[in-house]
Write a protein that binds this ligand. Structure first.
Ligand SMILES: [Zn+2]
Length: 314
């Protein structure tokens, strides 16, 4: 072993001190968690359904839900509701502007629960969507269609599903779709660009748990496909200390496609409103584990780019 010079001894000693300090921290403090993401959030999957506010007020009045958004730093929402009145109320309320929340309104296909299972073949729903699109909201045009559900992927070829996809692309509307991975190709095939110009937000990025490889392949095939991450199976893992972190394969996918993912609350039942704080705190925790630029993309900029909102920090 060659002799060390004075400088090398100093360097070696310094490295030993750092290594011992690291061991001390791991043994006595556990792995150091990154600080939570602290910037603005865009909730890309929000429902303000009838039962949340009952037409006038209710368990979750506009004051209540806007308060939840405000205290969680949610500065914009993709809003849709059954029926569309809830979204129109939020979009037009002066309270929304005062709370500093921008509403990106989407047309919901459902007038009632029965429409969930039948919309893809019900011409009256296509007529309703066209009417809503022409009317817009009191504060501006609708920007998208959805959330719609396909519990059987074969229904992606239903007559109304086909027309709706073409209508969305022709009119510059984004889509929010709760479908499995098998339905993505047929839905995209119904558009003029065959999916190459279709802005499709994939709700939950496949709630059935399509593999990371499969999600990655669809991201590569469709340049404007975005994955919304509520309820996504396998997204987060618990580490040895009990802390919740991104699972390694998902972390790698988010880093590979940093401009293609979004966060959302999916307030599909009133109970989700009760957990709104926890949901957003949970997102902030794992976003903090990503490089800051990637975190602010997923939290805000990817949705902001999609709907022409200013980037974070501007
Ligand atoms: Zn939903």
């Amino acid at each position: 072993m060659p002799a060390c010079t004075g400088f090398e001894w100093f360097y070696l000693l310094r490295r030993m001190v750092i290594a011992q300090a690291a061991i001390f921290l791991i043994v006595f403090c556990g792995p150091v968690l990154a600080a939570p993401y602290a910037g603005p959030l865009l909730d890309a999957h929000l429902h303000y359904n009838q039962e949340a506010w009952n037409g006038q007020s209710g368990p979750h009045s506009p004051t209540d839900v806007l308060g939840r958004m405000q205290r969680n730093g949610v500065r914009a929402i993709v809003s849709n509701s059954r029926p569309n009145d809830g979204t129109k109320l939020l979009a037009s309320s002066s309270q929304t502007r005062e709370a500093g929340v921008t509403v990106v309104p989407f047309i919901r296909l459902y007038r009632n629960r029965a429409d969930y299972d039948n919309w893809f073949r019900d011409e009256s729903i296509f007529d309703m969507v066209k009417d809503e699109f022409v009317r817009g909201t009191p504060s501006g045009p609708f920007r998208g269609i959805g959330e719609f559900h396909l519990y059987d992927s074969a229904n992606a070829n239903g007559a109304v599903a086909q027309k709706l996809m073409a209508f969305a692309e022709d009119n510059g509307l984004a889509i929010l779709a709760h479908v499995d991975d098998v339905a993505i190709d047929p839905l995209m095939a119904h558009t003029g660009s065959r999916g190459q110009a279709t802005r499709l937000i994939w709700a939950h990025t496949g709630i059935g748990g399509a593999s990371v490889e499969r999600v990655e392949a669809l991201m590569a095939r469709y340049p404007l496909l975005l994955g919304e991450l509520s309820y996504r199976p396998g997204l987060t893992c618990t580490d040895a200390t009990g802390a919740t972190r991104l699972c390694p394969e998902w972390r790698a996918l988010l880093l590979k496609y940093p401009t293609r993912f979004l966060i959302g609350s999916d307030t599909w039942v009133n109970q989700r409103w009760l957990y709104y704080d926890e949901l957003m705190t949970g997102y902030r925790a794992w976003l903090g584990d990503l490089p800051p630029e990637v975190a602010s993309n997923i939290a805000w900029n990817n949705g902001a780019r999609l709907f022409g909102l200013p980037p974070a920090g501007k």
